[in-house]
Design a protein around this ligand. Sequence first.
Ligand SMILES: NC(=O)c1ccc[n+]([C@@H]2O[C@H](COP(=O)([O-])OP(=O)(O)OC[C@H]3O[C@@H](n4cnc5c(N)ncnc54)[C@H](O)[C@@H]3O)[C@@H](O)[C@H]2O)c1
Length: 250
Amino acid sequence: MPTDISTIGVLGGGVMGSGIAQALAVAGLKVTLRDLNDELVEKARSTVVDGRYGLKRGVERGKTTQEQADQALANLSFTTKLEDLASVDLIIEAVPEDLELKKKVFAEVDRIVNPEAVFASNTSGLAISDLNKAVSDARRPQLIGMHWFSPAPVMKLVELVHAPETAEETIQSLEALCQNADKVSIRVKDAPGAYGFVANRIYFAAVREAQKVLQEGIASPEDINKAMVYGFNWPVGPLAMVAGATKGWQ
Ligand SMILES: NC(=O)c1ccc[n+]([C@@H]2O[C@H](COP(=O)([O-])OP(=O)(O)OC[C@H]3O[C@@H](n4cnc5c(N)ncnc54)[C@H](O)[C@@H]3O)[C@@H](O)[C@H]2O)c1
């Protein structure tokens, strides 16, 4: 099992997959992003290049230099073919939040991808010990949750979710990767039945309360967002956060 990860395959180029691929390419990793057809792959590429948190805006905001952005783009390749991911050190799965779909995808890549590769799921809350059932016994110690936050190029936190079967070496190799990519990782024990790991369980509680305040007619959606932005220094309000996480950041 590689402790030093340098090549990565990302499955799914939606809101999260495109951002994760970008963040890792900026950090100097070679990333191949796979989605289902040319149109989806093109959409992922344009999110990386022209999106609100994409490379161009990063240069305009002074977050990266033009040279770093060019290098990041050179580190990225886009494909519809699963076979193009066969020799990577790490697979990060970011397909929609559907247990059966994720299991199908992991079973498929398990047959094709380098037996040494680590498999990580960006699931928001599905049990890692359920996803584990989709792969061979030999791969199980190398399967882990790697939960990023949106927008992935900006947000620092990554939750590393370990099932009882996950090897310590797997956790450590992703801790090293997060550090290289200037992300902050925390260790989270897989807790089947409790959806949302650590940060989202706390965040969902705040969103539930914001929606209740709205339903009770206490304040407008705009003012509920303002309350948390100006009262607690949240970067966006709880209702705006839900919109960004589901529809993407325009
Ligand atoms: N949106 C968020 O804020 C957020 C944050 C953290 C984690 N997540 C998790 O990340 C995962 C992805 O969420 P998202 O918001 O990016 O979804 P999304 O719908 O924006 O993107 C999913 C992408 O996966 C592609 N896809 C479907 N099947 C595929 C396959 N077999 N191979 C390759 N690509 C495939 C789809 O075409 C789509 O482009 C989910 O598990 C979600 O719970 C989401």
